[in-house]
Design a protein around this ligand. Structure first.
Ligand code: CP
Length: 311
């Protein structure tokens, strides 16, 4: 593939290869040198039309560690703020002949739109409520590092599933890897088609946690909720917040993930998030750089081959 828009772009062999390469890059990133030249000579533009800490920084670091020339574009400081459309913005940047575009945008389908409009290799870094495929890859990779193959493992995703691109990509990938996937949320924060995602749906967190090997808490995405539909945060934590006590319903030693950014005391108790035995939050961040190196390497190598064929 010359693009990664959705987990549906990947087959199990692609995922195996990405996990192998991410494992390699994880080791490289732990050495003092950290660098390679797989993408030397290629130009990567990170187009972020929505705020980001983890994804933006890790794509930048990943591209630089692979030797690419990386340019960061942030909507707030660009001509988007003067009314330029998405199409004009990406056509303008495409005219500078980049080889790779990493796109985050609030609109579902934006990454596919940019890919179709430019013909340039695109990695989706989150399109609205739709998908965040590299987050799903790094989450599943982080879990695999701790649990081994995920086939038959019971994994729960709890929280604001309705607005979550992390959940939409995560459920697809966990299914592809043979995990038993559960979703838990209040009915108001579940999409109407959740029962067709390939996951068992729960509203009660204690029931959902039963026998789970891992649980991922999702952020309440208040920026995507209409005023008046934002739940009481105290009530939400009472029913759906992850705490060490609540985790007693899960398998002994069950692991905890959160894609970040976290709202401590809303989706997850701060002490649990900091529990080095159980919480994989910072492992996810470290794996994020390695997995994005694996994805950029795969897509960048193909982009380079296509370019060479054309010449
Ligand atoms: N998990 C995630 O996408 O975080 P950022 O919004 O900080 O990139």
């Amino acid at each position: 593939h010359r693009r990664l828009i959705s987990i549906a772009d990947l087959n199990p062999l692609d995922v195996d290869i990405l996990f192998d390469r991410a494992e390699h890059w994880l080791e490289v990133c732990r050495t003092p040198a950290k660098k390679a030249d797989a993408l030397r000579g290629l130009t990567q533009i990170n187009l972020f039309f929505e705020p980001s800490t983890r994804t933006q920084a890790s794509f930048e670091i990943a591209g630089k560690r692979l030797g690419a020339d990386v340019v960061n574009f942030s909507a707030a400081s660009s001509s988007t703020s003067k009314g330029e459309t998405l199409l004009d913005t990406v056509k303008t940047l495409a005219a500078m002949n980049p080889d790779l575009l990493v796109v985050r945008h609030k609109a579902c389908g934006a990454a596919a739109f940019v890919s179709d409009a430019t013909g340039i290799a695109v990695v989706n870094a989150g399109d609205g409520m739709n998908e965040h495929p590299t987050q799903a890859l790094l989450d599943a990779f982080t879990l695999t590092q701790r649990l081994g193959p995920l086939g038959g493992r019971r994994v729960l995703i709890v929280g604001d599933v309705l607005h979550s691109r992390v959940a939409r990509s995560g459920v697809q990938l966990l299914n592809l890897l043979g995990a038993e996937v559960r979703l838990c949320a209040p009915p108001t924060l579940l999409p109407l088609d959740a029962d067709r995602w390939g996951a068992e749906v729960f509203h009660d967190l204690d029931d959902a946690l039963d026998g789970c090997d891992a649980v991922m808490a999702l952020r309440l995405q208040q920026e995507r909720m209409m005023a008046g539909y934002i739940p009481s945060l105290r009530e939400y934590f009472h029913f759906y917040g992850l705490t060490a006590r609540r985790l007693e319903a899960a398998s002994p030693g069950a692991l905890v993930l959160h894609p970040g950014p976290m709202n401590r005391g809303v989706e997850i108790d701060g002490a649990l998030a900091d529990d080095e035995e159980r919480s994989l939050v910072l492992d996810q961040v470290e794996a994020g750089v390695a997995m994005r190196m694996a994805v950029l390497e795969a897509i960048g190598t193909l982009a380079r081959k296509n370019e060479e064929r054309r010449q």
